[in-house]
Every structure is written in C-alpha cells, then in structure tokens.
Design a protein around this ligand. Structure first.
Ligand SMILES: [Zn+2]
Length: 109
C-alpha cells in the first residue's frame, strides 16, 4: 500500500499509516491511499527513476572532473576534450532530469 501526503506529495510505502508526514509534518489524516493502478505506476517506475538520478549524479562528477582538467590546461587537445565531455555530461544530466519530470507528470514517481 502506498500513502500519499495531500499537502506535499510525500509517499510512504507500508501497511501502516505514519503519525505525521516526515517532510511537511502534516497529520496522518492528510494522507490518502493510492489506488492500485496508481501504486503500480509508482512501484514499476522506482528503479528507472533511481537510474536517472544516478546518471545525473555521475554527470555532475564528469562535469567536475572536466573543470579540473580545463583548469590544469596541459595542452589544447586535452582542454578541448574536457570542454566537449563537460557539455556532453550536461546533456546526459538534463535529458534524465527531463525524463524524470515527465514521469512525475504521469504519476510514475
Ligand atoms: Zn507532507
């Protein structure tokens, strides 16, 4: 069973309802039980959303490494490569963020 806070959208998975929302502090009566269909969307999309978030986190690591490489400025080909990789990592990150935003809009979150 998945319970959703109607105040902030926090979702809680479990048989028992929480006393209050861990995010916004709303009382238990502000939670609503998701329909089976809506709960299925949330459960089936969880791992994929986690993968998108991890891609975004890895992209940030790539961006930081590229910035370090650009700063070191060993030679023009390396700097050019780091600049390209930084831009590519930004695209990967933004693509995954856009996909997650689409999932949220469809209740796959
Ligand atoms: Zn809440």
């Amino acid at each position: 069973m998945i319970w959703k806070c109607t105040v902030c959208g926090y979702m809680h998975q479990g048989d028992e309802l929480l006393q209050k929302c861990p995010k916004c502090g709303a009382p238990a009566e502000k939670f609503t039980l998701l329909s089976e269909e809506d709960a299925k969307k949330v459960i089936s999309s969880e791992r994929t959303n986690d993968i998108h978030m991890e891609l975004a986190a890895l992209s940030m690591k790539i961006i930081a490494l590229c910035e370090e490489g650009i700063e070191l400025n060993l030679d023009p080909p390396c700097v050019a490569l780091f600049k390209n990789a930084k831009e590519e990592a930004r695209i990967i990150k933004q693509r995954s963020k856009a996909e997650i935003a689409g999932h949220i809009g469809k209740g796959k979150w």
